[in-house]
Design a protein around this ligand. Structure first.
Ligand code: SF4
Length: 395
């Protein structure tokens, strides 16, 4: 296919595709999905080889958020039966982080629900970052605390944070349909604050909220413009008790096309499969490793992922390798002092930003096989272990 050959050439040159080319990737048919994966896979391997970076989420503060992000199980008025707790103490957070590091995670993503941190919250998280860094040598820490005020990014950087995550989530045109309590511009501002403070910026999207192909291309092009080091791609988990509970819009093939489009538009950036991996890609998860070079290990913020061991087996079986701390995630030209753009390393994911997923691989115990495209509520399980509970984390 000429389209795919063109996109591979551009990806290897770090050249931006046209909007029409990005839209054409999303419009390819299921018959062509393996060709699309093979083409985007060439770009992925050129910049990242067969390495997969593992990231581990620690939900520092869960639920009770005053914001109204429709996709989020922690939102104002959410009826989802998620864990609700206030700030974990530094040692509690460090214990959870250590479980992820022991499971192979290179980065720990510290996430807290809420519009944004107070200065006291930044102090708290700074203590937690220092504790984690003292107790887990070499670990990268990404903070994800919502909208930042002036000076907060610098303070997190001084405490040892490597990165800051704040997702754009969807296109500017549709942002107001998803959230009314803050704006798209607020989100852009926070990503820029992280950049300016010397933090590695991480910003991504949520697919499956009823958006058009144009919206998806808009948000991915906006991300390319912001130039984060990492782009988490969340697939909406339509959580019961949230306004988007009935938005079951994704198929595994659609998820692969979206990841391929992101890879072509952001060829040399850490593309991370985030929440919804198990729920929407299901048995096609290994194909997505040919597109993304990063995943979350184990559980998400408010829902359970497949067993950490299953993540590791999947990576090995698909012929990939877990990226060690001895390897740089990003290509050299993206490192500080490199000839391309800024900052080091890759990143995490924010809040309800689709940071939720399923159970322990206990895929539907129903008698009849589920049909492609039908809602898979059976794959969504609220997190009941790890941070904020007495049970061991999944890592
Ligand atoms: S995404 Fe973040 S800000 Fe929005 S409702 Fe969820 S926790 Fe609150």
């Amino acid at each position: 296919m000429d389209l795919l050959n063109t996109l591979v050439d551009k990806g290897l040159r770090r050249e931006t595709p046209t909007r029409e080319e990005a839209l054409a990737v999303l419009a390819t048919s299921d018959d062509d999905v393996l060709d699309v994966v093979a083409a985007a896979g060439k770009v992925r391997r050129h910049w990242f080889g067969r390495r997969v970076k593992l990231n581990y989420l620690v939900n520092l503060k869960s639920g009770l958020c005053p914001e109204d992000c429709s996709y989020c199980s922690q939102r104002l008025g959410s009826q989802a039966g998620i864990l609700k707790y206030t700030w974990l103490k530094p040692d509690e957070a460090s214990r959870a982080a250590a479980a992820g590091v022991a499971g192979g995670a290179k980065r720990v993503c510290l996430v807290a629900s809420g519009r944004g941190p107070t200065d006291r919250d930044v102090d708290r998280v700074s203590d937690t970052i220092r504790t984690i860094k003292e107790q887990n040598e070499g670990v990268e820490v990404c903070a994800c605390l919502g909208l930042l005020s002036d000076g907060q990014a610098e303070r997190l950087r001084s405490a040892g944070a490597d990165a800051y995550n704040h997702n754009l989530n969807t296109s500017e045109a549709t942002y107001g349909d998803i959230t009314t309590t803050h704006t798209y511009a607020d989100r852009v501002d926070t990503v820029n604050k992280a950049h300016s403070a010397g933090l590695s910026a991480c910003s991504g999207l949520i697919a499956g909220m009823g958006e058009s192909d144009e919206d998806l291309v808009d948000v991915v092009f906006a991300l390319r413009e912001l130039d984060p080091d990492s782009v988490p791609v969340n697939f909406l988990i339509p959580f019961e008790g949230t306004p988007l509970a009935n938005e079951w819009n994704l198929t595994p093939q659609r998820c692969l096309r979206i990841l391929a489009m992101v890879r072509f538009v952001c060829p040399d950036v850490e593309v991370r499969i985030a929440g919804g991996r198990e729920v929407h890609l299901r048995t096609l998860q290994p194909l997505a490793l040919h597109l993304a070079n990063s995943v979350f290990l184990g559980d998400y913020l408010t829902s359970e992922g497949q067993a950490g061991r299953a993540d590791l087996e999947m990576i090995a079986d698909a012929g990939f390798e877990v990226e060690g701390t001895d390897r740089l995630t990003l290509p050299e030209h993206r490192l500080p002092g490199g000839c391309g753009s800024h900052h080091g390393a890759g990143c995490g994911a924010h809040e309800g930003a689709g940071c939720e997923a399923h159970e322990d691989g206990v895929a539907g115990a129903s008698d009849s096989a589920p049909q492609a495209g039908e809602p898979r509520t059976d794959l969504v399980a609220v997190r009941r272990r790890g941070a904020g509970t007495d049970l061991a984390p999944n890592a």
